[in-house]
Design a protein around this ligand. Sequence first.
Ligand SMILES: CC(C)(COP(=O)(O)OP(=O)(O)OC[C@H]1O[C@@H](n2cnc3c(N)ncnc32)[C@H](O)[C@@H]1OP(=O)(O)O)[C@@H](O)C(=O)NCCC(=O)NCCS
Length: 202
Amino acid sequence: MNYNIETERLLLRPFTLDDLPAHLRMRVKEEVSRYLGGAALQTPQFVAERLQQYLECYRRHNFGVAAATEKSGGEMIGWGGLQPLEFGWNGLKPANEEASGEIEVGYSFDTPYWGKGYATEMAAAWLRYGFEEIGLARIVAVASPENKGSRHVMEKLGLSYETTEQHYGSECVVYAISRDEFKPRDSFYRLHDSGRTKGEDR
Ligand SMILES: CC(C)(COP(=O)(O)OP(=O)(O)OC[C@H]1O[C@@H](n2cnc3c(N)ncnc32)[C@H](O)[C@@H]1OP(=O)(O)O)[C@@H](O)C(=O)NCCC(=O)NCCS
């Protein structure tokens, strides 16, 4: 994965191993990790393994979970992207992620950046990438049933509730959207792919 996506306010770019300290700083926060397995899980080893899995996903699929920064500069403020559902959840051991055949969109931000529409803006860009560039027929999202903010993001993006089932070791609501249902938002999106730039003000 060697491309970046630019949205109205964000730059989405591949993680590198150098992002580990910043990624860890966000994940250890109680509020951030509440629905990501809890703060106790966010050890340096666990987060390093998640990072390795993000890189493994880039190699295997040419898409994955990316780091988000504000276009105005500064360090990473969040992360999100597309990946096979539960990709690499069992640490470094490849999980059974291809079994469902589903691709999920995910999103998380550091607390000072909540409530600004960033998760919606980022996830909308990834939906567009998934449908337009990868040619996916359908994208899902999963969240803890209590994660009202995340569910609201899904609903704002046009995903519909389908079912409640086990993912990431706990009960999750599953939302989905098909390519036919997806309507690109009227917002800035630009793909920078190995020098090729695609997208426009819409
Ligand atoms: C969930 C999360 C990604 C939302 O990010 P965000 O950038 O604040 O999301 P947005 O601003 O795009 O939209 C959130 C929407 O949910 C609403 N919302 C947030 N918390 C809510 C709550 N507890 N109850 C009801 N609505 C809530 C917001 O008001 C907003 O809706 P609005 O635009 O209609 O006002 C962010 O809180 C987060 O990173 N949480 C920790 C990690 C996490 O849980 N990630 C998702 C895993 S599934």
